[in-house]
Design a protein. Structure first.
Length: 183
């Protein structure tokens, strides 16, 4: 477990309690190296949640194709399944990339700004922290692109004979992620 810094250390984990966290293939590989099994993954049908930036994958069931997205599972309080009793992230070093970039986005000028509707206290970033957020935003986009390619491959070749578990296994086999870069 790693201590939180900046406003996160004083915020009571609002993002972990109020937001659904979408997953990419790289997130799944990173987390799977730390947490075995797949109980921490939730597949939600398109339309049941606000559409995430990740590509949908298809499963053919009952004579029709349904679109799904992968998210972190929520506990009985509808909080992140990896939120500890003292509001700490139990998988901090392996957390999804979207958690690493929250609450920031890059505006058209390439400057960091808080996402609209952000629940965070005010951030004052050091140059080093700002650089880390920019790097994580860039890596997140790369991971979304890689995830999209894998989803399109699945959708074109495997959707008719697949299941959510088979899709996750497919992603793990295809992910070129090196566990050593789990920072």
């Amino acid at each position: 477990m790693v201590g939180l810094f900046g406003p996160c250390s004083h915020c009571n984990a609002k993002c972990c309690k109020h937001y659904a966290v979408h997953l990419t293939a790289v997130d799944i590989a990173r987390l799977h190296a730390r947490v075995k099994g797949f109980e921490w993954i939730r597949a939600l049908k398109e339309g049941s949640v606000k559409k995430p930036p990740a590509q949908a994958f298809f499963i053919f069931e009952n004579g029709r194709i349904d679109e799904y997205y992968l998210f972190l599972e929520r506990n009985e309080k509808e909080e992140c399944v990896f939120l500890g009793k003292q509001n700490e992230c139990l998988v901090y070093n392996a957390r999804p990339r979207v958690c690493r970039v929250y609450p920031f986005i890059e505006n058209e000028q390439g400057k960091l700004e808080c996402k609209q509707g952000c629940r965070c206290p005010e951030w004052k970033l050091s140059e080093k922290e700002e650089k880390e957020f920019h790097e994580n935003i860039e890596k997140h986009q790369q991971e979304l692109d890689e995830h999209g390619k894998m989803c399109r491959e699945w959708n074109a070749t495997k959707a008719k004979k697949g299941s959510v578990k088979k899709f996750v296994e497919f992603l793990l086999k295809r992910t070129k992620y090196k566990i050593l870069s789990c920072v």
